[in-house]
Write a protein that binds this ligand. Structure first.
Ligand SMILES: NC(=O)c1ccc[n+]([C@@H]2O[C@H](COP(=O)([O-])OP(=O)(O)OC[C@H]3O[C@@H](n4cnc5c(N)ncnc54)[C@H](OP(=O)(O)O)[C@@H]3O)[C@@H](O)[C@H]2O)c1
Length: 252
């Protein structure tokens, strides 16, 4: 499948104002791409824009909440069809599931899952129109197995995994590549609230480099850091009796 055929490639990144999205945006710009960044905070997006040499038009941004489908569609009308769509915007809050968390559960579903669907539906028509493109959906290792305190976050990432697995069958025949990115722990403000040891915690620029490396591979799902993802895959394949025992013993 031939994906990149233009001179300057264009990427749309949701959640581009900080963390993994911002690091990946800066990396793509360094590699000669044009990036369209979407997230809520115009000041954070402006700061990224200001960090790029002023004669460089490589970063364009649109402050927008991914819960606002109407606004995403109006952005789609203003921009050229991208080569890459990184559906990355997301939130994370650990919860104690013995408490009332309905608002937190709904918020996670609205941003992490429906926010991806909104962005997908808003920008997909331009990819279908040119019968070419690449979509990377940002999931997480938390989507593989239910972990303590992840009752709000984990299900959204499991849903995204299933979504990505399914949509590729419809999109591949249109020349659109679909990949799922499932990181372990990456050092961002999102994980800075964790008060527990995060095995394999990875630097955000290292994570961006790995996304760049894997996006040209034929792997449907890619995960990092390798050691932690192999460990978690083993957990995933273990019988529930054993994996839940080990999680209780070593994680809680
Ligand atoms: N860090 C990790 O260990 C890790 C591991 C696995 C997966 N992930 C996933 O990777 C993605 C990025 O995580 P991160 O660690 O880089 O988090 P982060 O540093 O908190 O960045 C999150 C980004 O999403 C944007 N965002 C949040 N809510 C939004 C909304 N309603 N509409 C539009 N944009 C919104 C934020 O910008 P604004 O505040 O400006 O809107 C920000 O740019 C998330 O999907 C996360 O679940 C992270």
């Amino acid at each position: 499948m031939k994906i990149y055929n233009k001179k300057q490639k264009t990427a749309i990144i949701t959640g581009a104002s900080e963390g993994i999205g911002a690091a990946f945006a800066k990396l793509l710009i360094k590699k000669g791409w044009k990036v369209i960044g979407i997230s809520r905070s115009s000041s954070k997006l402006r700061a990224i824009s200001n960090s790029i040499p002023s004669n460089d038009q490589s970063f364009k941004y649109f402050p927008c909440d991914v819960q606002d489908f109407k606004k995403l569609k109006s952005i789609a009308k203003e921009i050229e069809a991208p080569d890459l769509l990184l559906l990355n915007a997301g939130i994370y809050l650990p919860v104690n599931a013995s408490e009332n968390n309905l608002d937190i559960y709904k918020k996670h579903m609205n941003v992490n899952y429906l926010g991806v669907l909104h962005s997908y539906e808003a920008f997909l028509p331009s990819l279908l129109n040119k019968q070419n493109g690449h979509i990377i959906i940002m999931s997480s290792i938390s989507g593989w197995i239910g972990l303590p305190k992840a009752a709000a976050y984990g299900p959204t990432k499991a849903a995204l995994r299933s979504f990505a697995q399914s949509v590729r069958y419809d999109l591949n025949p249109h020349g659109i590549k679909v990949q799922l990115c499932s990181p372990g722990f990456v050092d961002t403000q999102a994980t800075s609230i964790n008060d527990f040891y995060m095995p394999g915690l990875m630097n955000v620029n290292e994570a961006a480099n790995l996304i760049f490396k894997y996006m040209s591979s034929n792997k449907f799902e890619f995960s990092f850091p390798l050691s932690f993802s192999v460990f978690m895959k083993i957990f995933w394949y273990l019988p529930d009796k054993i994996s839940s025992y080990l999680i209780r013993k070593f994680i809680i």
